[in-house]
Design a protein around this ligand. Structure first.
Ligand code: SF4
Length: 693
């Protein structure tokens, strides 16, 4: 029974991309968790969010039955309605008149089914994910540099490096267990140097030997300066460069960078260049400060350029390293959950790849072109082009840029389905049909973390009420739309099918091949230990590209000429550049972390970090309320006066919603400006005005 003491279950944390192993069990009091000492991501550690997991699995506000127009119905009625509406929209307006907007919170098996249904059976690629807001620039940068979206290294590289450079990453708050591993490595080996590149002085700077408070958006300038310096200082790896195209062009453009544009003290810049150039074992870790930019893809390539030019990649303690935000952003990328990709690193633009996937699935109408990326998808919803929209485990009415406009677009859509564990989200309130999903502790499947390690999420209690897994919602609707190939008995069968598909991809040269799991049964799946892909990862030290072989058609890496581009311009009416991001103890839009009083104590309400000089000029004091406006929207935030931010560059966290703080929706301020290559929005550089409220 729910109250009795039960055995410990080995599972994975549902929050960030570190992907920590968790041991969880039900007790008379509730749910008890501890870090899994045997999991290779965390070796027993957990952060504040992970340790509070037991407090966030309560039944308050759970959605327990399907609802249509606010009234509870049985599953058959809800699923028949969804299938009928999607079928009718496709029949009348074509496959591109429907869309799925999914989430890095989905398990790989759920993602697999959503992607198969949309791309192979509906015949559109209109499936995109909130990973577009998080990782898309890294995906684009990886594909341009390496030929595939492949993370070269491992977490242990941060421990084995002699220099770790963190760019646009508040690792201490956003990937706390990797940060703890880095702190421990530095304590054991003080020679390990840490440099933090960030316009803000974040908590991560506590361990920095050097903090570069770079001008916002000047990351590509900095890494162009570095590339030119590497050439001048004779630090190029001439042998390795034989495996790289584009070096001369990249260097020529890099030489045009001007030090003044980086906005750094001359001594700090020189120290950074000398340290990076003079340290062979260097890892450059980057995150949303790089990705969430209108030139995020180029910034990623400016970083990889420096690693390629020096051959410092794919060997112990060396490489560019993208740390992902979400628990399964990586799994979603591998399974083809983005509008411009197919599963297993196959390409939607490649006729042979599409044909192989269609053949494997026995699919009637394979999507033939990339679908709508997140920002464009909601513009198409607004324009009335999307007649049926299914939103799964994400809250775009809060988290998308231009969030008020997105909420209005959803409200105006002819048919909206939302799958979630609660109806108390800003998006769920706009749905015609609500489908009750399972939450952490009930879900059963796999996730991939930032170092390509696939781990199981295992259930330790029964789903409440009529809640069912997301893959089941999707498979039921697919079957009711008349499609064959969606009758799995459970997630083990879906994983086995996915693994078999990866074998087809492997035959086409894809690096993502986990086909040694294609015959896995329920028992094998239940016993599955965390493992790295590819299957031969252990032989190759778990890393890619150290051997100079890349996944491009000619096997060579690509360096790109990167011309730095500034973020959107400020104006007299909107003279401040607002930076947005996470805080330590909340996750996304607080659906789960908001349930823990302990987590709420760290920072209890939406706030605005403002430099003392800005505060003085605006007549704002600590704890005053500030009204922040942009052409897109408005928020009212509590002022926190601090010199951790630069003058003119305030910061506000993005977690609060219409439910938790009606005037604290910070993404309402952010413009829907995107990177032209990756489609990722510029969430780090909104132009805003600030006034006392
Ligand atoms: Fe969970 Fe990330 Fe914290 Fe690990 S670091 S416990 S995965 S939130």
């Amino acid at each position: 029974g729910e109250g009795a003491q039960a055995a410990e279950v080995r599972t994975t944390c549902p929050y960030c991309g570190v992907g920590c192993g968790v041991l969880a069990r039900r007790t008379a009091q509730g749910v008890e968790v501890r870090g899994d000492p045997e999991h290779p991501a965390n070796f027993g550690r957990l952060c504040s969010k992970g340790s509070a997991l037991g407090e966030t699995v309560g039944m308050a506000d759970r959605l327990l039955a399907p609802r249509v127009a606010g009234r509870e119905v049985d599953w058959d009625s809800a699923l028949d309605l969804v299938a009928g509406k999607f079928r009718a929209a496709i029949a009348e307006h074509g496959p591109d008149a429907v869309a799925f907007y999914v989430s890095g919170q989905l398990l790989t098996e759920d993602y697999y089914v959503a992607n198969k249904l949309m791309k192979g059976f509906i015949g559109s690629a209109n499936i995109d994910t909130n990973s577009r807001l998080c990782m898309a620039s890294s995906v684009a940068g990886h594909r341009r540099a390496f030929g595939t979206d492949t993370v070269p290294g491992l977490y242990e590289d941060l421990e084995q490096a002699d220099l770790v450079v963190l760019v646009g990453s508040n690792l201490a708050w956003c990937h706390p267990v990797i940060y703890q591993r880095l702190v421990a490595a530095k304590a054991a080996r003080p020679g390990l140097k840490v440099v933090v590149v960030d316009p803000r002085r974040t908590a991560t700077c506590d361990i920095a030997d050097l903090h570069l408070a770079l001008a916002p958006g000047a990351d590509a300038v900095l890494f162009n300066l570095l590339l030119a310096h590497l050439a001048d200082a004779g630090r190029l790896d001439v042998e390795f460069l034989k495996n790289v195209n584009g070096f001369e062009a990249a260097l020529a453009v890099a030489r045009e960078a001007r030090a003044a544009e980086a906005g750094l003290a001359a001594g700090d810049l020189a120290a950074f260049l000398a340290l990076w150039a003079g340290t062979e074992k260097v890892v450059t870790v980057y995150s949303q400060g790089i990705n969430q930019s209108s030139s995020g893809s180029d910034k990623v390539n400016a970083i990889t350029n420096c690693h390629l030019a020096t051959g410092r990649i794919g060997r112990p303690g060396m490489g560019p390293f993208s740390v992902t935000g979400q628990p399964n952003a990586m799994g979603g990328r591998e399974v083809g959950g983005l509008a411009n990709m197919l599963a297993c690193h196959l390409e939607i633009e490649n006729d042979g790849h599409r044909a192989a996937m269609q053949g494997f699935w026995g699919a009637p109408v394979m999507a033939a072109k990339p679908g709508l990326k997140a920002v464009d998808m909601f513009r198409a919803v607004e324009a009335g082009q999307i007649k049926a929209l299914w939103i799964i485990h994400t809250n775009p009415a809060v988290s998308m840029p231009d969030a008020d406009r997105v909420a209005q677009a959803i409200a105006g859509c002819a048919f909206v389905v939302v799958s979630d564990i609660t109806d108390r989200t800003d998006t769920a309130r706009l749905a015609h049909v609500l489908l009750p999903a399972t939450g952490w502790g009930e879900k059963d499947g796999t996730v991939t973390n930032s170092e390509r390690r696939i781990s199981r999420q295992r259930p330790f209690r029964a789903a409440p009420g009529a809640a069912r897994a997301d893959w089941w919602h999707l498979a039921q609707v697919a079957q009711r739309m008349g499609f064959a190939g969606f009758d799995w008995a459970g997630p083990a069968a879906i994983f086995a099918e996915y693994a078999a598909l990866s074998g087809v991809a492997g035959d086409l040269g894809s690096d993502f091949d986990i086909s040694d799991h294609a015959a896995i049964g329920v028992e094998g799946y239940d016993a599955l230990q965390p493992f790295l892909w590819p299957a031969n990862a252990r032989q190759r030290g778990g890393r890619f590209f150290g051997d100079g072989r890349f996944h491009t058609p000619d096997g060579k890496a690509r360096m790109l000429p990167v011309v730095p581009r500034a973020p959107q311009a400020l104006s007299a009416a909107h003279p401040f550049r607002l930076n947005t991001g996470r805080i330590r103890d909340q996750w996304h839009t607080m659906t789960r972390t908001g349930l823990s009083p302990r987590l709420g104590q760290h920072l209890a309400e939406p706030f605005l970090e403002l430099h003392p000089a800005d505060a003085g000029r605006l007549g704002l004091a600590a704890a005053d309320l500030a009204e922040v406006t942009s052409p897109q929207g408005r928020a009212v935030l509590r002022v926190l006066v601090t010199d951790r931010v630069a003058e003119g560059h305030p910061f506000a966290p993005m977690h609060w919603t219409g439910e938790t703080a009606p005037t604290g929706r910070v993404d309402a301020l952010v413009a829907g400006i995107t990177d032209p290559v990756s489609g990722q929005p510029e969430s780090k550089a909104a132009a805003v005005a600030i006034a006392p409220f």
